[in-house]
Design a protein around this ligand. Sequence first.
Ligand code: UD1
Length: 374
Amino acid sequence: MHAIAKIHLIAAARPNFMKIAPLYHALKKESWAEPVIVHTGQHYDPGMSGAFFQDLELPEPHFHLGVGSGTHAEQTGRVMIEYEKLLAGGTVDLVVVVGDVNSTAAATLAAAKMGVKVAHLEAGLRSFDRTMPEEINRIVTDALADLLWTPSRDADANLLREGVPGEKIRFVGNIMIDSLEMMRLRIDRTDAWRKYGLERGRYGLVTLHRPSNVDGRESLERLCSELIGISSKIPLIFPVHPRTRKNLEATGLMTRLKESRGISIEEPISYVPFMNMVFNCRFAITDSGGIQEETTYLGIPCLTLRPNTERPITVTEGTNRLIQPEELGSHVHALLENHGPKGKIPELWDGHTAERVVKSIHRFLFENRQTATT
Ligand code: UD1
């Protein structure tokens, strides 16, 4: 151990950046820590990456692996190869990986094989659906990590059931809420909805990018028909992920969506204006993981187009509902009539997760206790 601990924070894809940011800012204040941002390059479009760094007040990544897109094996393999080279070139005291993207599992594999300690932030979530690439990434990462920081108690239970020793697990809460609270003033002041000609509280926000929803023509077509139907009752804004855009264009469905007057098709929106759009929407329609959590925290109804979720607390305690595509229209109708489900804020989703993580890192690295618990 060095007097100043070098801590790699692995950033890769859009949902990672708001998990890295609060931890980077918290570690930066500590005299004993040197946080180093390693961007794998999984997301590379400025609108999917650079804009988020600026919004979250992050510096340019200290290292950029430049892996780009590819098949799962290509992307995972490239991150492993490039990250191994980086690790071989210098000493690192701890690698922090977040979430469940391909780069999360790849960086964990590379580091673990080089004997470098790994900590996983957002550990223990399970959808129990191995057709999701993210589920495989979660299982691999959690099996190898030395420290596992969980966002909810169900995640602790999942890890214990899989045989992870209890002393490696620490329930720290949801780091995404730290980002939201850190940026709340700026988010409130942005009024992004005005720019899109919408009325506060009188529009639905749509995001879709899961392969199971957007890669097949049939499911994409069904979803577009539902959205067009809904847009005759309430305006929808749909910032389109690159994967979804590519498929909408290839199937000709983009033209149909653009012809519907009630739907605004937009480029991806960066963190602060996007969160402003969430704060002020009537409901969200999504297949994202993060939006299920953010809407639960804000008490906004969320209709999730998935058969399962690795974030069950957003359903049992929050405002999230899992629905089938063909139920979308009727759910929105019911919601507009009845104002939707009331929820509560889950335990430790309080904006102080980064502080708990920093304490856990200090204990792990300096107090010679190979455990996550305080
Ligand atoms: C990835 C994550 C997913 C996460 C999502 C958030 C995996 C397995 N999936 O999915 O968990 O919810 O990020 O967005 O890690 N592309 C661009 N520009 C970019 C990035 C991607 O055009 O900056 C296009 C490429 O054509 C690429 C496709 O989008 O092939 C998919 O990108 P990829 O990173 O493989 O997966 P996502 O669908 O973004």
